[in-house]
Design a protein around this ligand. Structure first.
Ligand code: TYC
Length: 102
């Protein structure tokens, strides 16, 4: 490889780069104070849900404690969580949202 027969290089393989990115679930958590309509608005705004889907997810969270907002790559999931937390803080609601590996 270097033209003088002294190659001590480590062989490297180039494997076809078809690896899919790791995916993360964004979860909405229940609390006793955030108004239902604020949760619906949050799901509509940051997860592009219809009012019908947002209401279904909100009620699932309200009754079971947690609900799925969507599944995204890490960077997108982290951005969504931060958008939700900022929006909740701006409106003085304790709404919490988190991510977990899918
Ligand atoms: N439990 C809240 C209430 O009774 C409603 C609520 C739903 C809050 C979903 C958070 O993620 C949540 N006002």
């Amino acid at each position: 490889r270097n033209g003088s027969g002294t190659d001590t290089g480590v062989a490297t393989k180039t494997k076809p780069k078809t690896k899919k990115p790791a995916l993360y679930r964004v979860l909405m958590l229940n609390d006793d104070y955030t108004p239902m309509e604020f949760v619906v608005e949050t799901l509509r705004r940051f997860f592009r849900m219809s009012t019908e889907d947002a209401t279904r997810v909100m009620l699932q969270v309200h009754h079971k404690g947690v609900g799925l907002c969507g599944v995204f790559t890490y960077e997108v999931a982290e951005t969504k969580v931060n958008q939700v937390l900022d929006f909740a803080r701006q409106n003085q609601h304790p709404l919490q949202c988190t991510l977990e590996k899918a």
